[in-house]
Each structure stands twice: as structure tokens, then as C-alpha cells.
Design a protein around this ligand. Structure first.
Ligand SMILES: *[C@@H]1O[C@H](CO)[C@@H](O)[C@H](O)[C@H]1NC(C)=O
Ligand SMILES: *[C@@H]1O[C@H](CO)[C@@H](O)[C@H](O)[C@H]1NC(C)=O
Ligand SMILES: *[C@@H]1O[C@H](CO)[C@@H](O)[C@H](O)[C@H]1NC(C)=O
Length: 287
């Protein structure tokens, strides 16, 4: 009996290495949950193992709103280490909205034998979010941000307890962003430059950044393409940022070597279909 169990284990672990493509980790957005429909679809489409871990556990998606990004990243990293298909690394990440920021944590800080392989982000606030969104009622991130802005964004307590404060960028208060953004400014190497963080990004085979053409939650929507507002509220494309010009996190190198792609899709934040997802993650995750 024990032998049979043992053989079944061997067979199932053997199978793990016969998938056509690297495994995929889907990271969900704020106060959201894993959409296992999407996960199963990607798994079938790419013939691979795909998984998503609800950061608050199955009962409490709300914590993704209150835990800071470092805390969320640590939780997810632990889950990765307990997952036989993911624990050695070499998996691809699909980050959705705030999940794109948690993806930065996994790429840079989660210890893995082999680095993260490919990355796709949908509506990822890579350079932060700058204004109270004109949030559609159904947008959880929008309404959450508006609520926070109405409170006290830059106080340390807020920084500690509210995840989106980790990627709030007040164009008129760059110093405040550098001083208080507990996660984003550092993860982007905008402060405390650390070559190791950049090296982790340069280990990606391919990264695709998806922007929603009519995103009213990520402000400016170009943040999904690493753009941002200047202090005088001029929209800067990624090419005009210090981050890009000085290649702080390797984005310029990735793009110039054909390993970063910037795609836009129609619609507002979180408006996508499974077909669109497959058509975008497919070509990236087979690399
Ligand atoms: C899976 O790979 C192993 C060795 O890498 C091989 O022996 C086995 O036949 C493969 N199984 C399938 C179903 O392709
Ligand atoms: C990582 O995954 C790719 C795609 O499945 C595979 O070709 C490659 O050999 C893997 N690398 C390592 C170090 O396992
Ligand atoms: C989406 O944005 C485009 C260009 O910015 C605009 O022409 C179009 O009317 C917008 N569509 C909707 C539904 O808001």
C-alpha cells in the first residue's frame, strides 16, 4: 500500500516536469479574490500548472486592503515555498492591479533557487497612483483609494495599515513619497538604490505591461506603463522618468533588448475577457 502511494507520488511529481510551459502564479488585486476560472483557463491554455493564493486566506479578502505590501509579499512568498510546483522558482507571474505591486516583492525579495521567469501585469500601478480616481462603483481599488485619500494618506500609521498608501504618489510631494512610501519607492530603486533588486528584474526572460485605455482607477493610467505625473502635473511617459533614463530597475535594458512589451487594451480597470488574457499571457509565458 505504501509502495503504491509512493509510486503515485513519483508519477505525479514526474508529471510536474512534463508540462509544456513554466508554472504560472496569478496574484490578485485589492480586496479581491482569486478568480479560479482565469487560473484554470491559463493552466489549460498553456498546458501548465497555474495557481493563485488568496492573500487573506479564503475567508478574508479584506486583508489585502489593510496589510502593507511587504506583509502581503511575505505571506505569498511563504505559500510559494509550500507549493511543490512553485517552490524552486522559474515560474511566471500574472499580476492584476495591486497584485502587480505584490509581484515586485516576489521578483525582488522572495528567495527562490531559480528567478521568476516571465511577468505580465494588468493595470499595475508601477509608478504609483496620483489622484483620487473618478471611481466607478464596481472598482474596489478606486473606492478604497478615495476612502484613504479622505483620511490621512501620508501619516505613518496609515502607511503601515493601508496597502494602497504604499503606492500613493503625490506629484506635489515627491519628498513625502520618498520618505513615506514604505514599499514602492524602494522596490523601484528610486531610493536606497540596490543593484540586487535591479539584477532580479534583469533575470526576467520577458515582461509585458498591459494598460487599460480608459482606466479611471490607476491615475495616471500610464502608470501601468511606468509613466507618472511631474510635480507640475505634466504627464511623463516612462522615457522621461529618472527611473527609466537612469535604468534604475533595468526597465530600459529589458525594453532595448526586446524583453519588455507595452500593450494597451480597451476598457476601464479590470475589464478584460479570458480570451484577451490568453492572447496576452500566452505569448509571454511561453518564453
Ligand atoms: C515525462 O518526463 C520523463 C523524464 O523527463 C519521461 O521519462 C516521461 O516519459 C515523460 N512523461 C510523459 C507523459 O511525457
Ligand atoms: C525553467 O522553465 C523552462 C520552461 O518550462 C524550462 O525550459 C527551463 O529548463 C527551466 N529552467 C530551470 C532552471 O529549471
Ligand atoms: C476611451 O478612451 C478613448 C481615448 O482616450 C476615447 O476616445 C473613448 O471615447 C473612451 N471610451 C470610453 C468608453 O470612455
Amino acid at each position: 500500500m505504501k509502495l503504491i502511494v509512493f509510486m503515485v507520488l513519483i508519477i505525479s511529481f514526474g508529471a510536474a516536469h512534463n508540462f509544456t510551459n513554466a508554472p504560472v502564479l496569478v496574484i490578485h488585486g485589492i480586496n479581491d479574490d482569486c478568480d479560479y476560472g482565469i487560473v484554470d483557463e491559463i493552466s489549460t491554455y498553456l498546458d501548465t500548472y497555474a495557481e493563485c493564493y488568496p492573500i487573506g486566506g479564503d475567508e478574508a479578502p479584506i486583508v489585502s486592503m489593510f496589510y502593507n505590501i511587504n506583509h502581503q509579499g511575505r505571506i505569498l512568498c511563504e505559500r510559494i515555498h509550500q507549493d511543490d510546483y512553485l517552490k524552486d522558482g522559474n515560474f511566471s507571474i500574472m499580476g492584476v492591479s495591486q497584485g502587480s505591486i505584490v509581484a515586485k516583492y516576489i521578483i525582488e525579495y522572495c528567495p527562490l533557487e531559480h528567478p521568476v521567469r516571465n511577468l505580465v501585469t494588468f493595470g499595475g500601478p508601477h509608478m504609483g497612483v496620483s489622484f483620487v480616481p473618478t471611481f466607478p462603483k464596481e472598482s474596489k481599488l478606486g473606492s478604497t483609494l478615495a476612502w484613504i485619500v479622505n483620511k490621512i494618506v501620508y501619516y505613518r500609521m496609515t502607511q503601515y495599515f493601508l496597502a494602497p498608501a504604499d503606492f500613493w504618489r503625490d506629484p506635489n510631494n515627491q519628498e513625502g513619497y520618498f520618505e513615506y512610501s514604505r514599499f514602492l519607492a524602494e522596490a523601484n530603486n528610486e531610493i536606497n538604490f540596490d543593484q540586487r533588486r535591479k539584477d532580479q528584474w534583469l533575470k526576467l526572460q520577458h515582461a509585458t505591461f498591459v494598460m487599460w485605455d480608459n482606466d479611471t482607477t490607476i491615475i495616471p493610467k500610464e502608470s501601468s506603463w511606468w509613466g507618472m505625473y511631474s510635480p507640475d502635473l505634466k504627464l511623463l511617459s516612462r522615457f522621461e522618468t529618472d527611473l527609466y533614463k537612469n535604468d534604475l530597475i533595468g526597465l530600459k535594458t529589458l525594453e532595448e533588448s526586446g524583453r519588455a512589451e507595452f500593450i494597451s487594451i480597451p476598457g476601464d480597470h479590470m475589464e478584460y475577457t479570458r480570451t484577451q488574457i490568453n492572447l496576452i499571457v500566452g505569448p509571454t509565458f511561453i518564453k
